[in-house]
Design a protein around this ligand. Structure first.
Ligand code: GDP
Length: 189
């Protein structure tokens, strides 16, 4: 499956008619700075479809991108950015949970992105457990593998696999694009 077109449709902060659109949705979740924008950009082969990097924690909307005119990639706000207030963190957390678990969307996939160096954080684990409990189709992307030496990476992947249980893990680098085809296959399968 190749991506031919990708366009930003809109950002939402609450109920919106796009949630009733019948097209399948693929949600991307992860901590701030984990490389969520970079992963989406690498998948669609665009440098800047999703605005990356500049001000982590600033994207507090749920952003919808239409892919090949028939499927949405949905970029959720990053959680846990250190410099946001507790109140703001709670707001973001609620927005993510609302979108994932209160709307009636049928998800094609939920892509949970984690940092290879950090592994599954507490909130990642909480998120993963909730997704599993609700029987969502989950894939865990272990991003930034290019930042680790081979031996260290093998060790980290072992720990992550153990914590992630039966969920599929895809080692990934938005920088080198390692794992891209595997992730695309997984998303569109
Ligand atoms: P977001 O906040 O999760 O959307 O994260 P960004 O996509 O903005 O990435 C945060 C930082 O990590 C940026 O400086 C990216 O260039 C960098 N980054 C993201 N993915 C990778 C990766 O796979 N490898 C490396 N080396 N850097 C990455």
């Amino acid at each position: 499956m190749e991506i031919k077109t990708a366009e930003f449709i809109k950002g939402i902060i609450g109920t919106n008619e796009i949630l009733e659109d019948e097209r399948p949705q693929v949600a991307f979740v992860g901590r701030s700075n984990v490389g969520k924008s970079s992963v989406i950009n690498s998948l669609v082969n665009r440098k800047n479809l999703v605005k990356s990097g500049a001000k982590p924690g600033k994207t507090r909307q749920i952003n919808f991108f239409l892919i090949n005119k028939k499927i949405y990639f949905v970029d959720l706000p990053g959680y846990g950015f250190i410099k946001t207030s507790l109140k703001q963190k709670e707001k973001i957390r609620r927005m993510i949970l609302w979108y994932l678990f209160r709307s009636e969307i049928k998800f094609k996939k939920v892509v949970l992105i984690i940092d290879a160096r950090i592994g599954l954080s507490e909130f990642d684990k909480e998120m993963l457990d909730l997704l599993n409990k609700n029987k969502y189709p989950v894939v865990v992307v272990v991003n930034k593998i290019d930042k680790l030496k081979k031996n260290k990476l093998i060790g980290q992947l072992k720990i992550i696999r153990k914590k992630a249980g039966d969920n599929e893990i895809i080692p990934y680098s938005a920088k080198t694009k390692e794992g891209r085809h595997k992730l695309l296959d997984k998303i569109f399968s």
